[in-house]
Structure formats: C-alpha cells, structure tokens
Unconditional design. Sequence first.
Length: 546
Amino acid sequence: MDYKKLADMLFPNITKTISYYEETLFPDRGLPDGAKVTRLAPSPTGFIHLGNLYGAFVDERLAHQSNGVFILRIEDTDEKRKVEGAVETIINSLEFFDLRFDEGAGINGETGNYGPYFQSNRAEIYQTVAKHLIEMGRAYPCFCSEEELSKIREQQIAENVNTGYYGKWAVDRDLTLEEVKKHLDNNDSFVIRFKSMGNPEDTFEIDDAIRGRISSPVNFQDIVLLKANGIPTYHFAHVVDDHLMRVTHVVRGEEWLSTLPIHYELFTTLGWDLPVYCHTAHLMKMDNGVKRKLSKRKDPELGLEYYMQLGYHPAAVREYLMTILNSNFEEWRIQNPDSSIDDFPFTLDKMSNSGALFDLNKLNDVSKNVLVKIPATEIYDFLLNWAKEYKKEIVNPLTEHKDAVIKLLDVGRNSDKPRKDLIYCEQIFDFISYYFDEYFKIVDNYPENIDDQEAKKLLKAYLETYNHSDDQNQWFEKIRVIAAENGYAAKPKDYKKNPEMYKGHVGDVSTVIRIAIMGRSTSPDIWELQQIMGEEKVRNRIQSLI
RNA sequence: GGCCCAUUGGUCAAGUGGUUAAGACAUCGCCCUUUCACGGCGGUAACAGGGGUUCGAAUCCCCUAUGGGUCACCA
C-alpha cells in the first residue's frame, strides 16, 4: 500500500508539514525551568459551572505560581452545541472570580503566538497531522455509514465481544487505493480513523499528578480523528493542540480517565512527549442520603450564576475552593491569616482524588472570615455593584445613605474579636435593611413575659429619658433604671438568683427597645445603631408604637 | 455488562507498617454577655465488610459491597 499516495489523494491541498508547525510557527516557548503551561479548554455551551471554576483554578495556580502561561482555548468542534455569546459569558465569569488568562481567546480578540485559539479555526493544522498519520500508515479513511456502524455493533453484541471499530470489524481499514478513489469520485462522505496497533490484552501505566500511578488496558479502537466535516474529535484536538501550544500540564475532570489510553497511543505514535495529566475529582452533592455528582439540571448551586446572584464575594468563593482543592490550605491560612491566597504554595499532590461534597455551610463560614478582613468601604462598593446587577430597587437607597451604610457594615468589626455578620450580598442587605424606612418591618415578637401594654409603658419611659448625646454607658444606665423602676432586675444575675422577685431582667427591656427600633430581637449593639440612624429616626420609630 | 477510579466522624479531611486516629465546618453543652454575633472551654461522632501478609495494618494483597466515571463523527 502506498500510504503517501493515499494521503495526497485525501488531502491534496495540505502542503505544510508538522515540522513547519513545530519549528517555525510554534517553537519551544523558551520558558524558565519549571514554568508550567496550562490551559482551560471549555466548549462554548454557555454554561460554566463550579466544577469548571474548580479546574480552572488549578490551571491558573499552576501557571502563575511557576511564571508559566495560562491559556484559554475554545473547543468549538461540535457545531450543534455552540451557543451565541457563550465565549463572552465564560470569560466574564472567570474574570469575575479573578482568574486571568495570559493567552488565548479574549473579549477583544485573541492574544498569543500559538493560536488560533478557537479549534474551529485550526482545521488546517489538524489535517496536516492527520495527513502525516496517513503517510505513516496509522490513519485511514472510513466510509462507513451510521447504519453500517450500528449493524457492526449489533453483531458484536450478539457475539458478546467488545463493541466498536477495531481489528477485523474495522472493515475499511485496508481499503485499496482504487476503492478509496471510487468512494472519493462518488463524493462519499468519510471520516479519518486512527489505526490502532493496541492489543486489548495489553496494559500500560502512566503517572497522574493527582492520582498517582494508574494502569489500564491499552487502546485498541480505531477512533475517529477527523469528522466528516474535517473538524477533529476531542481526542485528536487535545493531542494536537496541547502539543503545539506547548502545554505542559493537562488539568481535566476524571471523566477523561477512561479515554486516556487513546491519548496515550496518539502521543506515542506521533513521537511526542506526553503532558503531565492531572485528573481532578468531581464535585459531589448529598441527595437523600447518597453522594452524587452535581448536576447542572438539578442543582442550581452548581451554576456560577447562583453565587453571583446571591452576591458571594469572589474572594470568598476562591478561598472556599482552595480549601477543597488543597487539604493543607486551612492550616496554612490559620498560620498566615493576612497573606494573599496567591502566596499559598498550591500543590497537585495535596489534591484529593475522591469527589468532594460541596458544602454550603463551609462556604458561608469561609465567606464570613474573608469578608471580615475586607474594609467596609470595599464591601459597600461590592454590595452596590451587586445591587446594580441583581437588586436594582436598592441602588437608590444604598447610594443616598452611603455613609450610614458603610457605618452599618462596619459595626463591631474593629476590635480584637470582630463581628462576623456578613456573608453574601443578599444576606448583608437583609442584615441592614431595617435602617431604611421602606424596608423596616417588625418581624419578631416581644419576649413572652411582656405584653403590648407593658411594652408601651417601657417604650414611653425610654423615650422620655432618651438623650441622643448620651454615651454608651450613660445610655445603658438609663435602661437599667427603667428596668428597675418597672420591676425588672437591673442585672441578669440578680434575676437568675431570684426569678420570682422580678418580671424579667434588663435584657427583656432592651429587647423591647431593639424590636421597636430594628424590628427584630437580634442585632448588633443598639446604641451604636442609634448613633448611625440618627435621633429623628430613633424617636419616630418609638413614637409610632406608643 | 466490560473497563477504569474511589471509599477515615454528618461534611471537608490529616495519616504512606507501631498515633490516646489530628484539624476545620456543622452539631450539642458550658463560660463571656442587655439580644445576636465574636471569642474561650468542653462533649458526641470515623478507618465500608470479609479474608490474608506481618510480632504489629487505616496504611500492603485478594474478594465482596457501595458510589462515581466511561464505552459517539459530544466534550
């Protein structure tokens, strides 16, 4: 068989060679030792989720920690799945979470010398490599129709052998030049298949940077390299692109583990070095007592949009992700409370290889601790930007009362034991919403031992002695007096000792006041809040209840 | 079904032949305290099961179970 002739017959217009690409167009990057080149390679379906972010974070850290390069490559080889505007969505989402690309697809076109970065624009490159494989006798055209393929499949099932296109089942494997020519003249559509030399009995071993040594049977399937439209399958595109883009580390989900043998055979057949594979575990979720993979249909918390809508701070999400990415991160964080997350020495071998359960509780806890370190003015800006996008009706109130809001956000945060009330925007706004008259609502009930009449009496007394310029101590002493005068213990300890002597204690009195002013039975310090709200607002709220 | 991967408290997890089996979140109790939050102290709670190997196994091997992935001209 004259493979060269076959190759020219199939690809008469391909005149470039692999070495042209390897040496002239995409030469070695000349990066310092240890610099890692990684890539995020999403398909433009318009849906980017937490799992993507998780993997992207690994790519980003690997590249930027080693002075390497982080590439965005768009895997748009499947026309059916393309979604308009998806690339913009992907870039915007990743940027929101502070993941920056050095190279590849971008909002304003591509940057970098190893493009194009859209696979749909790389057809000539793939065809050059395919042609080369045909010349080697390791690829061939296959003219089988879908019907023929499913017929083969049926028979394999009937005979109880492995399904697929391989060995003696690969009927077009040894077509003669004349047969190929006849098909071509007939304008029959065809794909290019890889000619596998693998024996299903053989196994190979490979080191995965996350999972360690893994072994599996070698590939023996003649998988499709180029589809009928001349566009490559994922397998072929992965091998060609990652080689030519000089990618050193391939980070991808564990669903790719089972096709690793294909990639292994492709790389070795072409005589190319394998990248370091890093197969990440899936994010899981607890559902009715069983652990299962997060699903984009059933689980809104998988979508990045979910966190953006609730207004989680990107730094909090990153921080949380890092805690599940590297098991020693939390320990490091305790020792380096004020360091940037970028200073943490992220390593692949500290990554778990079993699926982590996504834990909203933990995210919230992490978020509290992240936000407590962010200045109130910055939180204000973040809150405002969030509102502009997701809760427009509060933009005006927020802007009009900017100074007060900043103070409210900062209450109790500037001490050795700062309050950690702030988690995410939706919750933060709720937390301070009582300030705004249009959102103020009485949601909690007075303590059980106090009825409406009693509450009115206490509030009246409070209003009569209220002096807005009292300091915190003077203010609270007055409350103790009111308590005592009305039969409440001025100190909770007194009440505890002799509960039968009192109607309650000073805490009950302050609760009544808190409810009158804030509408709820829990809040930060009343005096501080009153100072922020101003005398008029305080007096009005009390007045309206008596 | 074949093949591959995984399995330590409710969750994330440390652990790589000898540990009282860490720590964090959650939970519960106590303390601090005018509420809440913060903080402090303490408690409950785990090596999926069964066989080996070994003086000794969470750690090595085998089997079983469970969960996950994959078997496309999708990625």
